[in-house]
Design a protein around this ligand. Structure first.
Ligand code: ADP
Ligand code: GLC
Length: 504
């Protein structure tokens, strides 16, 4: 079973969010099950700099296609390469005019989308589809698995090849976030090199624009989301982002597969970022991680303070605008907040302002930093995700593993992974965190108050910590679901025997 995995981010080389963690975790788990996985990524500077042994493979086809013209792209090539520590070989899409730009892969230094994003990511989809047509004659995928809107045109090009009578791989598209859709002016459509008929309400036309997300939802053979609850939520208008009608039409091909965690990266017993490792049997050193966090951020190093942590992109999605509204009570109750995040300027500013109002009790670090992320997740007592919507969420899973109780809103993957500390759940030993419903300061406060109450009962708190630390959200389990899906699409494709561990 040959699987081409098409994405834009890959931890630890290039990461803006959980997509990068998934691209690092899922392919090795698929390999361990016997799939042959190769990853296709644009040669963004961070990826190109890390890639080793790059060998040119082929130019990206231009000119005539069976249905018209290929996309109007600057010169682009595909090279074979590998990345240190990764067993899956890499196809690098090299197009200097499109990708050789510093910083964030999607945004310019002004924080706005690059003006040519339609072409930048059409090229990625086109490269995926062309690999499906034998661009590398030595390796033709059985399945192309595309992630988020950036890879969304691949299924459309594959469909166009199939309609022209070519043999094509199966296509699977995973929605990591339906809110980011890749919307562009209709005037760009001719440059995409798709059949003219695809610019249609039954194609990728979306309220007069063209939508890469809609292209994927229309043309991929299977659609997955990163949690079962999110797969149900997006069928309704509230979370459907205008695409719920199409998703309902395709409900038979839509399913949710919960993300896993890379426990080689997120494990408090082996975490290289921690001065004092700990585990469920040895919880005491977590107090040192807490003290280190307090000292590093300028919080008063009080052991009895209940420290709430946040590690997040600062966007509307994450519901963090509620936090400033509850801080007076949080601090009055003796709590502290340690926030690491970056994103929308207004939110960044709001958090910088509240930190000034509560010196020593509220600490805010604006920025993106892997070491600090581990420091907050290990050192906090509670990890907070009051998300408006959350396709899966990974930091609550990291919190569980680190004995840092998640406090989450009951949406998406958060609803699927955190069990509320109700009296019944505490009694039967299933509770792992604090869950609330209303996206309001009152909703968030109700959960916070319960966290303070439980924190005054150290034995019960420790029992809940241990329960969470013992849970595993494994990639092998998720990979088995994806593999079953691939096999249903390509029953003839065989698995490699003598499956190996996946990591070099
Ligand atoms: P999303 O992908 O929506 O941002 P996830 O919870 O799936 O949310 O994944 C977020 C990932 O990004 C986690 O690995 C988290 O640790 C990391 N992260 C988020 N913000 C920061 C930050 N400011 N610094 C370092 N890592 C961060
Ligand atoms: C998206 C979602 C997040 C999910 C991540 C990885 O960025 O916002 O909930 O965990 O993708 O799938």
């Amino acid at each position: 079973m040959k699987v081409l995995y098409v994405c834009t981010e890959l931890f630890p080389f290039l990461k803006t969010g959980g997509l990068a963690d998934v691209s690092a975790g899922l392919p090795p788990a698929l390999q361990a099950l016997g799939c042959e996985v190769r990853q296709l990524l644009p040669a963004f500077p961070a990826i190109a700099a890390a890639a080793v042994a790059a060998r040119p493979l082929a130019a990206l086809p231009q000119g005539a296609t069976p249905w018209g013209q290929a996309p109007a792209l600057p010169r682009a090539k595909v090279a074979r390469a590998s990345l240190p520590g990764l067993a899956a070989p890499l196809y690098l899409l090299q197009a200097p005019a499109l990708y050789e730009r510093p910083g964030n892969p999607y945004l310019g230094p002004d924080g706005k989308d690059w003006g040519d994003n339609a072409l930048r990511f059409a090229a990625l989809g086109w490269a995926g589809a062309c690999l499906g047509q034998g661009l590398d004659p030595d390796w033709v995928p059985d399945v192309i698995h595309c992630h988020d809107w950036h890879a969304g045109l691949a299924p459309a090009y594959v469909r166009a090849f199939a309609a022209a009578g070519r043999a094509t791989p199966a296509t699977v598209f995973t929605i990591h976030n339906l809110a980011y859709q890749g919307l562009f002016p209709a005037a760009l459509f001719p440059q995409l090199g798709l059949p003219a008929a695809y610019f249609d309400v039954n194609g990728l036309e979306f309220f007069g624009q063209l939508s890469f997300m809609k292209a994927a939802l229309r043309y991929a053979e299977r659609i997955t989301t990163v949690s079962p609850t999110y797969a149900r939520e997006i069928l309704l208008p509230a979370q459907g982002c205008g695409l719920d009608g199409l998703l309902r039409e395709r409900a038979q091909q839509l399913s949710g597969i919960l993300n896993g965690v890379d426990y080689q990266v997120w494990n408090p017993a082996t975490d290289a970022w921690l001065a004092t490792p700990y585990d469920a049997q040895q919880l005491a050193p977590k107090a040192s991680a807490k003290r280190a966090l307090q000292l590093s951020l300028g919080l008063e190093p009080r052991a009895p303070a209940l420290v709430f942590g946040v590690v997040s992109r600062l966007t509307e999605q994450k519901g963090l605008h509620l936090l400033p509204q509850v801080l007076t009570e949080l601090v009055q109750r003796g709590g502290q907040l340690a926030l690491l995040g970056q994103g929308e300027l207004a939110l960044e500013q709001a958090f910088v302002d509240v930190a000034l109002r509560f010196p020593g009790q509220v600490a805010v670090r604006i920025g993106y930093d892997e070491a600090s992320a581990h420091g907050v997740i290990a050192g906090a007592d509670v990890i907070v995700l009051p998300s408006a919507f959350e396709p899966c969420g990974l930091t609550q899973l990291y919190g569980l593993r680190y004995g840092t109780l998640p406090l989450v809103r009951r949406v998406g993957g958060l609803a699927d992974t955190v069990v509320d500390c109700t009296l019944e759940n505490l009694d039967e030993g299933s509770a792992t965190g604090f869950v609330f419903d209303a996206l309001s300061a009152e909703g968030l406060l109700s959960a916070m108050r319960r966290a303070f109450v439980l924190f005054r009962r150290p034995d019960q708190w420790a029992a809940v910590q241990r329960r969470g630390m013992g849970l595993r959200f494994d990639w092998p389990a998720a990979a088995a679901h994806y593999l079953a899906m691939y096999q249903s699409l390509r029953p003839g494709a065989s698995l490699r025997t003598g499956a190996f561990s996946g990591k070099k």
